[in-house]
Design a protein around this ligand. Structure first.
Ligand code: ME8
Length: 599
């Protein structure tokens, strides 16, 4: 799938080797013309991103924050593509929230000795605070205990019933309250319980299950096997990354029994009653999934302008609910399945699943305090790989942030803007004879070599590469690509050692200005592309370079225009004020803290 990009890079390499001029980078790319067709949508089109809504039985952990940050980065990247901030804000919607009904919450409240509503208020507020502190730019926060949601769920229920998709029947099977789902016998195993006797548990999650036999309302899920298969065949990008789509297709080959969508109210009272039948409470997953519609105003007319553009970010644990139950329910209610489902894997801690009982849950708020908001955002998104589980440990955070943000990026900015190196405090001029576009025709004053042309072509290709990685939900690869270009730019500066050149020398000065100009242009691209992941750090970097708020969109991102013979709006412009280190090294600040503590 990356083949066309590799070819393009190789073509550029060959052009440089043959001494041909570098092709001008296409305008910051908004869509790719790869073999998959329209991978990206028009930047002016609407987009609606969602995170899962999180259970309020326990405080948030880094896994929840990771989901929210992935959605945040996708949404922020999308806004950057739209022309103009106001238009971008109007065209994107981003929701998160809390899932507050169901047996799991009912039991957690009972165990805590609290009324369920009080537990919900407390924990929901913790999620809201965490996301605000972490800079999650959501436009909506939904709680399933809100009246607007109850109305939406009951309307949705009535739509299913009107289409003859609900019937009453006896439902019998294992129920897992922790996972809020029924399980067939084949998915249940036995594990020694507290007394040592074998207890039935979900083979997948390890959570205890109970045998349940009830008369419930049942949804005719079995009717949707073919429509779901067709949807996935016709929309190869509906579920990303690809291995998860294959998993869903595999599930659709297996048995697809009808689904119980209510529980007896005597057993489950903490939920939304079935319209017209108070003896039954709506199944918490049906209730929860409808949140995505509630947010955009369902069943009012407004929701229709948002609904077809929905992109759900979810963890792999809830894939079946989002990729089978939810699209089937939507089709059943006469609506289209979501536009895209982005799936990610899990964070483990020192090789173990995070769990309250193991006592290894990582508190995201203390991580934000310890590593800074931008630092921790960068870590999670740089190290989190959607296709595989990732392991968390502290040493890894410090090492990554010190090397990539403090040393490589911060060091580069510092080198190119320091008073000693850049006494005029301006964006220096680019000299086209020192760095001619056509190396083969270079005159005697040309100073750029093959590696310098390779740097220019790498950074010119970067916005497109980053956009492709975002479209593929491989944000870590986007960051890897930026980081690799940062390293290359440091190499460029190191190679030409501008500190050995003199502004006083008529021979050195044009080249010295050019080296700094190229490095600052690279930094401007890095700062712009890092905005979705490290918004404050990117703001600090771009402000230091003197890039105004209206010059930070991807539409305005023309790299090194002087090299391609165009005017550069930054050339000669005063740099922004010096506001200290871009990202102080963590090992040093921690050493200082320890020292201060000791004295
Ligand atoms: O399932 N690593 O809520 P939930 C990464 N309420 N992400 C993780 C994670 C980990 N270790 N643990 C959890 C629910 N997540 C339902 C969802 S949506 C209509 C209803 C993230 O509180 C991941 O996104 O158990 C996962 O899917 C979600 O939190 C589950 O959160």
């Amino acid at each position: 799938m990356v083949f066309p990009r590799v070819c393009a890079a190789r073509r550029l390499g060959r052009a440089v080797a043959r001494g041909l001029s570098l092709p001008e980078p296409s305008r910051p790319r908004l869509c790719s013309s790869g073999p998959r067709g329209a991978r990206d949508e028009a930047p002016e089109a609407r987009a609606y991103f969602t995170t899962p809504i999180f259970y309020v039985n326990a405080a948030p952990h880094i896994g929840h924050l990771y989901s929210a940050l992935l959605a945040d980065a996708l949404c922020r990247h999308r806004r950057l593509r739209a022309p103009g901030a106001a238009a971008a804000a109007a065209a994107t919607r981003f929701s998160t929230g809390t899932d507050e009904h169901g047996l799991k919450i009912q039991q957690a409240a009972a165990a805590a000795g609290l009324p369920p509503a009080e537990l919900c208020d407390r924990v929901s507020a913790q999620f809201r605070r965490l996301f605000r502190d972490a800079g999650v730019s959501s436009t909506d926060f939904i709680r399933t205990t809100e009246a607007r949601h109850r109305a939406a769920v009951q309307h949705f229920w009535a739509a299913l019933r009107a289409r003859g998709l609900l019937y009453k029947g006896l439902y019998e099977g294992w129920y897992c309250a922790s996972d809020e789902c029924f399980l067939p016998e084949a998915k249940v195993s036995r594990q020694p319980g507290p007394s040592g006797a074998p207890c039935p548990v979900s083979a997948e999650s390890g959570h205890p299950v109970c045998w349940t036999k009830e008369e419930n309302y049942i949804f005719r899920l079995s009717r949707f096997r073919e429509p779901l298969q067709r949807w996935l065949r016709d929309n190869p990008q509906a579920i990303t990354p690809e291995p998860f789509r294959r998993t869903v297709l595999q599930w659709l080959e297996e048995d697809l029994p009808d689904l119980s969508v209510s529980r007896k109210s005597s057993h489950l009272h903490w939920g939304i009653p079935v319209p017209g039948d108070d003896s039954q409470t709506i199944y918490v997953w049906l209730d929860a999934l409808v949140n995505y519609l509630t947010v955009v105003g369902y069943p009012g007319a407004e929701f229709k302008s948002w609904w077809p553009t929905t992109s759900h970010v979810i963890g792999k644990d809830i894939l079946k609910f989002h990729a089978i139950y939810w699209p089937a329910l939507l089709l059943g209610a006469g609506l289209s399945p979501p536009h895209r489902i982005y799936v990610h894997s899990h964070w483990t801690v020192r090789g173990q699943k995070m769990s309250k009982s193991l006592g290894n849950v990582v508190d995201p708020s203390s991580c934000l305090d310890r590593y800074t908001v931008d630092g921790f955002r960068y870590f999670l998104l740089r190290q989190g790989v959607p296709n595989w589980d990732c392991d968390y440990y502290e040493e890894k955070v410090v090492k990554l942030l010190d090397s990539e943000l403090a040393d490589a990026l911060g060091g580069l900015l510092n080198r190119c803007t320091a008073q000693r190196m850049n006494p005029s405090g301006t964006y220096p001029a680019f000299c086209a004879t020192c760095f001619p576009r056509e190396p083969g025709l270079a005159g005697p004053s040309a100073r750029a070599g093959a590696e310098d042309y390779a740097l220019v072509s790498a950074v010119a290709a970067l916005p497109r590469q980053v956009a492709d990685h975002y479209a593929d939900f491989q944000i870590y690869k986007a960051l890897e690509a930026v980081s690799s270009c940062v390293r290359q730019t440091n190499g460029f500066v190191q190679r030409h050692a501008p500190w050995k050149l003199s502004w006083e020398s008529p021979v050195d000065a044009p080249w010295l200005g050019t080296v700094l100009h190229v490095a600052l242009e690279c930094l401007r691209i890095f700062g712009t592309l890092l905005q979705p992941v490290t918004p404050s750090l990117a703001d600090k970097l771009l402000s230091r370079l003197g890039v105004s708020a209206t010059e930070r969109g991807l539409g305005e991102l023309a790299f090194l225009p002087r090299f391609y013979g165009h005017p550069c709006p930054f050339e000669g412009r005063k740099l922004g004020p010096e506001t200290g280190l871009l990202f102080p090294r963590l090992d040093q600040s921690r050493a200082c803290l320890v020292k201060a503590h000791r004295t």
